[in-house]
Write a new protein. Structure first.
Length: 504
């Protein structure tokens, strides 16, 4: 009989530790709801003591999510555990996830503690957490470089203290699949009480082996996989959920493992996370990259036309890749639009539907064919909206190859209109300079990305920017329009409004 593996998603915690990523509560909630639809077993919603924002986001996720265990990370320290419990206690199924480092390097240089001290602390803190919550996960940070015999002792001690899940992180992505599989096997064979708890693995991708290490662990007895959407995470990221899940699904005969993931939600989840974090998915990324199902060579195309399985080991439909159906035209009514939203899996409230419909009508006026991907971009634009201190009224650009680009911008702030003009090195630079004058702030554009949502000359352009003030943390902004200057202006204002709403 096949065994069922648990999928623990840490996009909202380790994934949010991706450099430059900073999600607000609404965005975290939106991702959490999508993870619930995807069917993960556990979601780690944040690191409660890290910041008040993290704490509030975990609390909000815990209150909203009903069918998934919600976890908060915490160090093996009483005040961290108290805060983690405060954040998750209202969840239907709460979990406290506590950790301490176990490798010689970390114990000597970071913790300045001996093995015995670390073991004693770990067991005491699991016992402490247990007074709050029955579901306790314990992680031995840097387990990949820890002495296996010490891991056996510490895992045995935390299980005796009440841990229900022990996690084996390859924190720095150092191990190879063979080594990591053996480490898991050794733990399974040498730890008393291990059969009563979940054996979890958490692999980082520094050498590009996170997914391979995770799968090797599964073959050696892991019962829970920790991963993130699009492989986000510290440095080179974590094992990517979509790759691990599609490997288990596509090679079911080999692994003989089942899971609870609805794979048809994978593509939508990947898109949502990419658009809200501002981290683009590389085109050749396995499973969700733009080229994952594209066949370039004539020989391949010929094979695919005759029989798909010649060059496709999984179908685009299995990950929910839309057929990019024509949705509707400018004469389509509200009813048909609402039906299409439902078919695409969206459950929006009335106000959100109204707003999306308004935008759809505007778009249908400019674009002949409105596709599923356009609709998804419109719905996601709503999610990245935040209180708007500055709203765009109008802009005018004069640009060309023989003139200096100039921009005139009109912004609305608390019912008064501010008009400013500026020149720049091209139309986008001129528009951004005019915005900065209008708001009286000098900003640094840290990153700028433009992508076409669909093909065709009239495609929607989606611009993602990262903007920082005085070398501070960057804020992400996103804007879409069939006019790429308008998309850029909207993205810049979105980032500025986000910055201002966090400061105020
Ligand atoms: O990589 C790691 O070790 C972690 C733990 C805290 C689980 O993220
Ligand atoms: Zn990690």
């Amino acid at each position: 009989m096949s065994k069922r593996i648990k999928i623990f998603d840490t996009t909202l915690r380790d994934g949010e530790q991706t450099p430059g990523v900073n999600l607000n509560i609404q965005e975290k909630l939106e991702i959490a709801k999508q993870l619930e639809k995807l069917g993960v077993d556990v979601m780690e919603a944040g690191f409660a003591i890290a910041s008040p924002g993290d704490f509030e986001a975990i609390k909000a996720v815990a209150a909203e999510i009903k069918n998934v265990t919600v976890a908060s990370l915490c160090r093996a320290v009483e005040k961290d555990i108290d805060r983690a419990w405060e954040a998750v206690k209202n969840a239907v199924s709460p979990r406290i996830h506590t950790f301490i480092a176990t490798s010689d390097i970390h114990m000597k240089y970071k913790l300045k503690m001996s093995e015995d001290e670390v073991l004693e602390r770990a067991a005491a803190m699991v016992k402490y957490a247990k007074k709050y919550c029955s579901d306790i996960e314990f992680s031995a940070e840097d387990a990949g470089r820890s002495r296996p015999e010490f891991l056996y002792r510490i895992f045995e001690a935390v299980i005796a203290a009440g841990a229900t899940c022990i996690n084996i992180p390859d924190t720095v992505g150092y191990t190879t699949p063979f080594e990591f599989g053996n480490l898991v096997k050794g733990i399974k064979e040498n730890v008393k009480g291990i059969e009563k708890v979940d054996i979890s693995v958490h692999c980082h991708n520094d050498l590009g082996m996170a997914v391979a290490n995770t799968l090797a662990a599964v073959e050696n007895g892991a019962t829970q996989i920790e991963c993130t959407i699009n492989g986000l995470g510290e440095r080179a990221g974590n094992a990517s959920l979509e790759e691990v899940v599609m490997a288990l699904t596509t090679r079911k005969n080999y692994y003989n493992i089942t899971h609870n993931i609805d794979t048809t939600q994978i593509y939508r989840t990947s898109k949502l996370v990419s658009s809200l974090t501002g981290v683009l998915v590389q085109p050749n990324k396995a499973v969700v990259g733009a080229n994952a199902f594209a066949h370039e060579s004539g020989i391949h195309q010929h094979g695919i036309l005759n029989e798909k399985s010649t060059y496709e080991i999984m179908t685009p439909e299995s990950i929910g890749l839309s057929q990019n159906k024509m949705v509707l035209g400018k004469l389509s009514g509200r009813h048909a639009f609402e039906d299409r939203l439902k078919e695409m899996g969206y459950t929006l409230d009335q106000e959100a539907i109204n707003k999306a419909f308004e935008k759809f009508k505007e778009l249908a006026d400019k674009k002949k064919v409105v596709l599923d991907d356009d609709i998804q971009a419109l719905v996601e634009e709503r999610v990245s909206q935040i209180p708007e201190m500055y709203q765009l009224v109008s802009f005018q650009i004069n640009s060309g190859n023989k003139v200096i680009s100039t921009a005139v911008i009109e912004l609305n702030r608390e019912n008064s209109v501010i008009t400013e003009a500026a020149t720049g090195d091209g139309p986008v630079d001129a528009a951004f300079n005019a915005i900065e004058r209008a708001i009286g702030m000098e900003l640094k554009l840290v990153d700028y990305n433009l992508r076409a949502v669909t093909g065709g000359k009239d495609a929607l352009g989606e611009v993602t920017v990262k903007v920082a003030k005085n070398g501070g943390k960057p804020f992400i902004g996103r804007g879409i329009s069939t006019d790429i200057i308008e998309a850029s202006v909207k993205a810049y204002l979105n980032a500025i409004n986000r910055m201002l709403s966090e400061i105020s």
